[in-house]
Write a protein that binds this ligand. Structure first.
Ligand SMILES: Cc1cc2nc3c(=O)[nH]c(=O)nc-3n(C[C@H](O)[C@H](O)[C@H](O)COP(=O)(O)OP(=O)(O)OC[C@H]3O[C@@H](n4cnc5c(N)ncnc54)[C@H](O)[C@@H]3O)c2cc1C
Length: 468
């Protein structure tokens, strides 16, 4: 058995938890003498994942689910014994709010790109001219771009402004809380560029690679998301319970990192120093920049912004909703006079989360152009949300209770050029800080499965660094 190696994982969100879990597992299974320590600044693990139980409701204050087709999150749930608690989402009609009115999401569209003609032709989201412009995608020649471009520019060229503003923008902004005209195509949906290059058309490409079948009469739409019956925090707790005793340090912040004779010295907020042979930095980019502020190549991370969002979960008695909507929720286009950006009928999307006879609505605020809303008081945010909802619904009573959650600088913005900047930074890190790796939602994907993938990849890099 060789000399014991020390690895520190900084950040106990899903990325750091995954890293610590799989690294300890590899060490055990391969008999490698690695000591793994997980350091988390706050007094709880989970980062953005935060579920709460109240009066029989399960409320997600952060993410509520993950995409089932990206397999790493389901796999992790099975790993830690929660396979039986995975729940698929309830499906139903979803809507887009455009010019103050709710419109049905055209069926057969993928991220707003139509794959079936009829639902698109009959949609009242677009004018005849808008529909004709979108159909140009079938004949418009492809454009090869050297490097990156914005999502907005790409989709406008293929499908026209109307489809972008009324369908694609609200859907993608809902995921990235960003401005589609600034977000990077390469770092968000590189496969769409590949489809254009390979098939000359997004519609044709999607039809070939991702055929969306027309559901038969009475048939449910397939569910795309999964969550856990007792909340996503149950995944955090189950992973934590499987970490080696004494390896988790909560309420401990890494303030600074120094390289010394090929090892790393981590200065903690309690004044002590931890030594490490390798480090996985699973903290946001701006925290990384602060910990390694002596390295100029990380300076771009000082400027790279992340948007803030807030959400309000409101519980009602079903009788309080006089005019309901037959669906699972809506997203709001930026041309609407609304401050909310999305609303989920959580009791329909996740029926297990809500007691019988009750309703749970969860609404978001915090457009990139409306960041000040996140700083308002709970009461002010709640009023904005209820006023907006009452433009399309009729809610007569006050909620039984409401939970407001603010997430400051929580949604990193992958702006045009993100991948190139990340590649440069990664190369510099390899040269100047061998054995230090970046993982998490600031880098290669923000979805929970993307973060888990990055945690797993970081584990392999650490093993390669330590043992070749
Ligand atoms: C409101 C909201 C809703 C979302 N909804 C979904 C969804 O439905 N589905 C989905 O797939 N994704 C969703 N996401 C995205 C997803 O939740 C996040 O991208 C993911 O949880 C980030 O995990 P992470 O571990 O990379 O980072 P975080 O969860 O941010 O964890 C980083 C951790 O690092 C710690 N830290 C920071 N600095 C230091 C330091 N110096 N020393 C020690 N510790 C430090 C922090 O305290 C934090 O705990 C949502 C995000 C938000 C904000």
């Amino acid at each position: 058995m060789g000399e014991q190696k020390r690895v520190v994982v900084i950040g106990g969100g899903i990325t750091g938890l995954t890293s610590a879990y799989y690294l300890q597992k590899e060490a055990r299974e391969k008999g490698l003498p690695i000591n793994v320590q997980l350091i988390e600044a706050s007094d709880r693990l989970g980062g953005k994942i935060q579920s709460m139980k109240k009066d029989g409701f399960t409320i997600e204050r952060g993410p509520d689910s993950f995409l089932a087709r990206k397999e790493s999150a389901g796999r992790l749930a099975h790993e830690v014994g929660l396979g039986d608690e995975l729940v698929p989402n309830g499906t139903g009609q979803s809507y887009i709010l455009v010019d103050g009115k709710l419109h049905k999401m055209p069926s057969g569209s993928f991220m707003g790109i139509p794959t079936r003609v009829r639902p698109f032709l009959f949609s009242n989201l677009f004018t005849p001219a808008g529909k004709a412009r979108a159909a140009m995608d079938l004949i418009k020649s492809k454009k090869t771009v050297d490097g990156d471009q914005s999502l907005g520019l790409f989709f406008r060229r293929r499908l026209g402004n109307q489809v972008v503003e009324n369908l694609i923008e609200p859907l993608l902004s809902g995921i990235y809380a960003g401005d589609i005209d600034q977000l990077s195509l390469q770092s968000t949906f590189p496969n769409f560029y590949d489809l254009e290059q390979e098939h000359g058309s997004l519609i044709k490409g999607l039809r070939k690679t991702r055929p969306i079948k027309k559901p038969k009469k009475g048939e449910q739409k397939p569910s795309m998301f999964r969550t856990l019956e007792h909340g996503l925090s149950s995944l955090v707790e189950a992973v934590e319970a499987r970490l080696d005793p004494g390896s988790v340090h909560k309420g401990t912040r890494v303030n600074h990192i120094e390289k010394q004779s090929g090892r790393y010295h981590l200065l903690l907020n309690d004044g002590t120093v931890k030594e490490a042979d390798a480090v996985i930095m699973a903290a946001p980019h701006f925290a990384v920049q602060r910990m390694l502020s002596q390295y100029d190549f990380l300076a771009p991370y000082k400027e790279t912004n992340a948007t803030s969002v807030a959400n309000v979960a409101m519980a009602f008695d079903a009788s309080a909703i006089k005019k309901d909507i037959d669906g699972t929720g809506f997203v709001v286009s930026r041309n609407s006079d609304f401050r909310i950006t999305a609303c989920t009928w959580t009791h329909k999307k996740w029926p297990h989360s809500t007691p019988e006879g009750k309703v749970l609505l969860r609404c978001y605020v915090g457009k990139p152009s409306d960041q000040e809303v996140v700083h308002l008081s709970d009461e002010e945010i709640q009023k904005i949300v209820l006023d907006d909802l009452n433009k399309t619904m009729d809610i007569t009573a006050k909620p039984d209770f409401a939970v407001v959650t603010r997430w400051y600088d929580a949604m990193p913005q992958y702006k045009v050029g993100h991948k190139e900047r990340l590649t440069k930074i990664t190369q510099q890190m390899e040269e100047e800080l061998p054995g230090v790796y970046l993982a998490g939602n600031s880098y290669r994907g923000i979805g929970l499965p993307d973060c888990i993938d990055q945690g797993e990849a970081a584990v392999q890099k650490v093993l390669h660094h330590l043992y070749g």
